[in-house]
Write a protein that binds this ligand. Sequence first.
Ligand SMILES: Cc1cc2nc3c(=O)[nH]c(=O)nc-3n(C[C@H](O)[C@H](O)[C@H](O)COP(=O)(O)OP(=O)(O)OC[C@H]3O[C@@H](n4cnc5c(N)ncnc54)[C@H](O)[C@@H]3O)c2cc1C
Length: 506
Amino acid sequence: MSGIGYDTNILQCTGDNSAIIVLPPCMNYTVNASPEIAANSRVAIIGAGITGLSTAYYLQKSRPDLQLSVLEAGTQAGGILQTVHRNGFLVELGPDMFITREPEALELCEELGFADQLIPTNSENRGAFLVHRGKLQKMPEGWTMMTPTSLWSTITTPLLSLRGKLRVLGEYFIPRRKESSDESLASFTRRRLGREAFDNIIQPLIGGIYTADPEKLSMNATLKAFVDMEREDGGLIRGGLKQLRNRQSDTTSTGARYGMFVAPRDGMQTLADAIVNVLPARTMEYGVQVTGVQATETGMAVTVENDSTKREYDKVIVTTSSQITAELLRENFPQLSETIDDIPLSGANVLCMAYARKDIDHPLDAFGIVCPIKENRPVIAISISSQKFAGRAPDDHVLFRVFVGGALQPNLLDLTDEQLIQSSREQLKELLGVRGEPLFTEIVRWHKKMPQYHVGHVELVDSIEAQVAKIPNLELAGNAYRGVGIPFCIRSAKNAVQRLLGNADA
Ligand SMILES: Cc1cc2nc3c(=O)[nH]c(=O)nc-3n(C[C@H](O)[C@H](O)[C@H](O)COP(=O)(O)OP(=O)(O)OC[C@H]3O[C@@H](n4cnc5c(N)ncnc54)[C@H](O)[C@@H]3O)c2cc1C
């Protein structure tokens, strides 16, 4: 996931792949040992985003005898993975890359024979700018997410006052927190690194990743590695230095082999297509808007818009967003539906704007910009797509993606297209000296598409999983539960398949 919505690669603030910290979500749930699934059983997978598609892939891989139906409301596979080709630009409307250190996405690509399609981020101009007092400042070298591991860059960064710098360096001496309860990102960061580091660096960097309110964002659900670092190593500086030492000797991990972030050369949607291509014919059913799920004597039935006949299956896996999943379960599983509805959702508008290079004054020597909320600008982040990956814009052209809205500026979600274009152009002009008209602008509104992992999220998901475990023939998977990034969605799919098959073969 990432800075700029989930554009994780903007977080390559060190300019050094090896120094980025992985954010494993909690994976502490138990596998529901359901009985062995009968031969030739009919299984419906609702939703053909990356979660639904990988669910279908792993199911058919483990049990080719099963009759799978992927029921998708839209006309194409991929869900949020959407790539548009326009005037020689390759425009990602949703995610534009995935992390390799969490292995599931890379493993899937390798199994599909798709790994040779993956390209790394460009080796030049890595890093991100932060907006500070209206000006762009580079993220200090050696800061990896929340861990300041370079004394020099912490002392010299213009992002912090002398007092703020001393407070950050004093983190080394701050004792561990005694309580083990969940904590918000804001509380954790202010406690360990101080208010200034939170306001000027951590809020825009990490709040931006999740388009979240950091006063509510759960450390346990999103940044558990840092909680563990405090508990096990005594603090972020101590833990960061230890990780740095360990990583320098690690040249064998997938991240080391491929680079920390990769993207399909021809766009994220080609990954979805690659999965569809290996599924048995007639698995995919497009234009099927499921309206409800209910238990039957022998399995499950789903109702579909404009179709009075119930479709009967032996098993159903729902992979839609939490809001839609709650709707589909509302009538027949009201308590479960209500619990799922407790997962808040935020959204963002993404403006993909194409320009001629000659119309931009700035050297564009970074992958993008993140903007602290205290700067009071109508933008969460600006990703410079054509700096991150090859082939995103023709020569002498630049492709920006401007992220607007999020949990902290929900009032901007409903701006008209004209208002969004005007305010984004103003931001591009002020921050990067972008002049003139964009060659084109693609606007996509991802409203209620970004699940918010608030304090207590892990317990909420434990409760959802405990309720699902009591309902025979039903499984849930998706980005609402234990990780929003693509590898986590695939992991969620694999776990659902494993639970459904009642074994560890998946
Ligand atoms: C703007 C943005 C940028 C992101 N960037 C990154 C990134 O760079 N890297 C990263 O790893 N992650 C990123 N993410 C997160 C990641 O893209 C998502 O978490 C992931 O794609 C979700 O996939 P999914 O299959 O769970 O859900 P979805 O993609 O939402 O798929 C659900 C599918 O269900 C279908 N559906 C909905 N209702 C029904 C119904 N009633 N009946 C049948 N079908 C239905 C939908 O049409 C859709 O196809 C980003 C997310 C956003 C919004």
